[in-house]
Design a protein around this ligand. Structure first.
Ligand SMILES: Nc1ncnc2c1ncn2[C@@H]1O[C@H](COP(=O)(O)OP(=O)(O)OP(=O)(O)O)[C@@H](O)[C@H]1O
Ligand SMILES: [Mg+2]
Length: 279
């Protein structure tokens, strides 16, 4: 069986000496009168997972859409895979965007398409032969433990299953950067943990760089304090006091990036908003 998900992400490894996979430098964006993000700078390096925290409406989804060029900034510069994308032509951007995998907020599956066709969406656009599509979709569904849903339609899936299908769709072409927008939003705590387990599995199996938005502080802590144990086939806690060194945090408030650092630094951060958020 060929490993169609290329579980060791060669893309990410190849970038190891080439600086960040994604960087924002003094980025600002607004819509009409509304200033959403102001002077935001951060980077996602090879192998890094960056978790974005912040209150509703602060601009977390806008940040992810800027990251793969679905929105363009008013000021500043965004570099994706070494290319400045703020002003490049749509065709050039399209090629870069196909190297990212996006899990949209609420999953955003097409109700009229089967699970197979939802997951295959990008491969169908690329005119990949049907047989190869089937094999790759099955492999992606196996990764999210939903092989049995291949022929089903989204309307017959639970909220958590839909989210897993959305993750399979984002993984199908072995992206060099994963963007997860509130992957546990609207899910109960138990289902949320199963989603975080998948994200941790992807993180630890392939080290694909990721930018993940979450409303749930619990997600952030779980990601830092657990790893995927490939032999046991499940997520297990790290030894007490240890945290994943490649999972770090960004926090937005009122359009500004008010925190960028590790979980220990987050917990110790004196900023009153950070402390209130943690409580
Ligand atoms: N395309 C757009 N046109 C106009 N305003 C927009 C657009 N996209 C986002 N906004 C506004 O930008 C602000 C930030 O929106 P965004 O969706 O990024 O928030 P968020 O942090 O993701 O919130 P939530 O936690 O609820 O998902 C909101 O006030 C929103 O109304
Ligand atoms: Mg959002």
């Amino acid at each position: 069986m060929t490993d169609v998900l290329h579980l060791t992400s060669q893309g990410a490894t190849a970038l190891a000496d080439e600086g960040p996979v994604l960087s924002f430098d003094n980025v600002s964006v607004g819509f009409g009168e509304l200033q959403v993000l102001e002077d935001i700078s951060f980077a996602v390096g090879p192998g890094e997972t960056r978790v974005v925290l912040g209150p509703a409406g602060v601009g977390k989804s806008v940040l992810l859409k800027l990251a793969n060029g679905l929105l363009r900034p008013d000021k500043g510069s965004i570099t994706l895979f070494g290319e400045e994308i703020s002003h490049i032509r749509e065709e050039a951007l399209f090629a870069l965007r196909t190297r990212t995998g996006m899990v949209f907020q609420e999953g955003a599956l097409f109700d009229s398409l089967s699970v197979r066709d939802n997951v295959a969406y990008q491969l169908i656009q690329e005119l990949v032969p049907d047989e190869e599509i089937d094999a790759r979709v099955r492999e992606a569904l196996r990764f999210v433990e939903l092989e049995q849903t291949f022929d089903m339609f989204p309307s017959s899936l639970s909220g958590g299953m839909k989210r897993r299908v959305a993750i399979a769709r984002a993984l199908i072409h072995n992206p060099d950067l994963l963007l997860y927008d509130s992957p546990t939003g609207g899910l109960d705590p138990v289902t949320s943990t199963t989603i975080i387990e998948l994200i941790v599995k992807k993180r630890d199996v392939s080290r694909t760089p990721s930018l993940m938005v979450t409303h749930r502080l619990q997600d952030a802590f779980t990601m830092c304090t657990h790893r995927f144990d490939a032999r046991a086939g499940r997520m297990t806690p790290l030894p007490k006091g240890e945290t994943d060194p490649n999972t770090t945090f960004l926090m937005l408030n009122e359009g500004r990036l008010i925190f960028d650092g590790s979980i220990d630094e987050l917990v110790a951060c004196p900023d009153p908003f950070v402390q209130e958020f943690l409580e």
